[in-house]
Ligand binder design. Structure first.
Ligand SMILES: C[S@@+](CC[C@H](N)C(=O)[O-])C[C@H]1O[C@@H](n2cnc3c(N)ncnc32)[C@H](O)[C@@H]1O
Length: 508
């Protein structure tokens, strides 16, 4: 700040000196005049920069001076989820086996199909403090964004399972197991509040010691219902506090954007013919993109970033027996709408496809076995992710050989104006424009002001490279979906035992 002011003063002094020399030289010598102009420009650099930024020259002349995608979104938090290798887990399991009285260690996991509905969400009372919630059998129910950030997304995919194996990530896990056995094994004398120190080395914030407080939650009859656990980290690196705060602001902002977006985008898109066409194309039901029959009986399907469930419910409605769709999203609000919309398919029934909503970050599909699913869909999701490459790798891992990943998304030259004009026409044609006007304006505003930092990230070829890097073979693509403003890509995991021998060329 001070340096900036000093530089301005020096520039002004030189500008005046240049002007004096110019006048005294009889206005003939241009060198002092050039010096004056240069120094004035330096002195007013801030104001000039702000002015140029505000007028958005690119928009006025409808030209692009730089590639929007060359500037990566500034709000990306570049740390991939942390995982333990199989050897590490097996070594630590051997240590944990010595603690035979650990609480809840023999309780069964939630059955993801039957138990997930009973999970409760973590009360968002302290969003800035890492916290998680356990049930009475020490099974993980939920956790907050602060926890995910500080602990490298290590809880993803562990919902419903005993917290024991998560402790393997801790630097002092043996001590934690010892204390757990000592203080929690007698179920008649459980503490009301339990305090201990947790040591962890975070990828992004470095090592820290956290004061962990586990608060007992009692039911109406005084019975144990669960535990609310909060951890206050003290980082070895003082700058980590600030970094965490900045990251949290970004994450909580995104959480709120999706929350705010959920209702309005759902109302607009479900009334739009163009959006329905996009869903048809993604499911291989249009001429826009030529794909092998995508859907059939007994498929295990993942809808990643399922949002309010528009694609999920269409998938569930296809007439084929034995289909299960796992609808995964990390926004509570999106999932709440999805649950309501898809309730008929969430209830168990042998006649209908099953939808299983799961709250999870899709960049870690921990909890879903490798080579276990037939189809993965990602409709308008990849562009939103901090680590898209990781989501691709996870999709590849969980797909069976021969399984397909189909995704859609905006491209570098997507023109929002064109898309929104089309959506407006759709609403007018379906008679919903006037009643949905406010929602329409909100959806447009969120896209142009918040989502636009991520919308124009890639060319089709960039996404193809991403897929190939993950191990996929590209089998089909189009850039003409969604009023010509979106791409759809289909990838196959090679190595199918029922591989028809098709090549990339056969498909495109
Ligand atoms: C533009 S919406 C698309 C929703 C849906 N696929 C559809 O077509 O309507 C993007 C969705 O991705 C979800 N999302 C963003 N990042 C995610 C992540 N890391 N893990 C899981 N879901 C995520 C958001 O919550 C949101 O529901």
């Amino acid at each position: 700040m001070r340096n900036g002011l000093a530089l301005k003063l020096i520039a002004i002094v030189f500008a005046i000196a240049g002007l004096v020399l110019y006048v005294r030289g009889g206005l003939k010598n241009n060198a002092p005049l050039a010096l004056t102009i240069f120094c004035l420009l330096v002195a007013s650099a801030d104001q000039l920069a702000a002015f140029v930024k505000d007028i958005n020259i690119a928009q006025i002349f409808n030209v692009r001076f730089w590639n929007r995608a060359d500037r990566p979104p500034s709000d990306i938090i570049p740390t991939a989820p942390r995982k333990l290798s199989e050897e590490e887990v097996s070594d630590k399991r051997k240590v944990a086996d010595k603690f035979t009285d650990l609480p809840g260690r023999d309780s069964s996991s939630f059955d993801i199909i039957d138990g997930v509905e009973s999970l409760r969400n973590l009360p968002g009372l302290e969003p800035m403090i890492p916290a998680y919630l356990l049930d009475s059998e020490f099974r993980i129910l939920d956790w907050n964004e602060a926890f995910s950030l500080v602990f490298d997304n290590t809880m993803e995919g562990r919902r419903g399972v005993n917290v024991l194996e998560w402790t393997f990530f801790l630097d002092n896990y043996e001590e934690i197991l010892k204390t757990g056995e000592r203080d929690f094994s007698n179920t008649e004398k459980l503490p009301y509040i339990h305090r201990e120190e947790v040591h962890y080395t975070s990828r992004r914030y470095g090592s820290f010691v956290a004061e962990k407080l586990a608060l007992r939650i009692n039911g109406e009859e005084g019975e144990l219902e669960g535990w609310y656990v909060r951890l206050q980290p003290r980082f070895s690196e003082p700058s980590s506090n600030r970094r965490l705060l900045q990251d949290l602001i970004i994450r909580l902002r995104w959480e709120n954007i999706w929350r705010d977006y959920s209702l309005c985008y759902d109302r607009i898109l479900t009334s739009s013919h163009t959006y329905r066409q996009l869903l048809n194309s993604i499911m291989g039901e249009s001429d826009l993109i030529e794909m092998k029959p995508l859907l059939g009986p007994r498929l295990q399907i993942l809808d990643l970033g399922a949002g309010t469930g528009n694609l999920t419910i269409k998938l569930a409605q296809i007439e084929a027996p034995g289909i299960t769709i796992f609808a995964i999203d990390k926004s509570d609000m999106m999932l709440d709408i999805l649950r309501r919309k898809c309730s008929k398919y969430i209830e168990p029934s042998p006649q209908r496809a099953r939808i299983i909503p799961i709250k999870q970050d899709i960049t870690s599909l921990n909890g879903i076995s490798s080579d276990s699913v037939d189809r993965v869909f990602m409709n308008n999701v990849l562009y939103t992710l901090d680590y898209p490459q990781e989501a691709m790798r996870e999709a590849y891992r969980v797909l069976k050989p021969g399984g397909l990943l189909v995704l859609s998304g905006p491209k570098r030259d997507t023109k929002l104006k064109v898309l929104f004009n089309q959506l407006k026409r759709d609403l007018k044609n379906s008679g919903y424009y006037e009643s949905h006007r406010k929602d329409f304006e909100k959806v447009e505003f969120i896209n142009t002001h918040y989502l636009s930092s991520r919308l124009f990230r890639w060319l089709v070829s960039d996404v193809i490279s991403m897929g190939k890097q993950a191990g996929f073979m590209k089998v089909a693509s189009t850039e003409k979906a969604y009023a010509g403003q979106a791409m759809i890509l289909a990838f196959e995991k090679p190595g199918s035992e029922f591989d028809s021998g098709s090549t990339e060329e056969d498909w495109v």
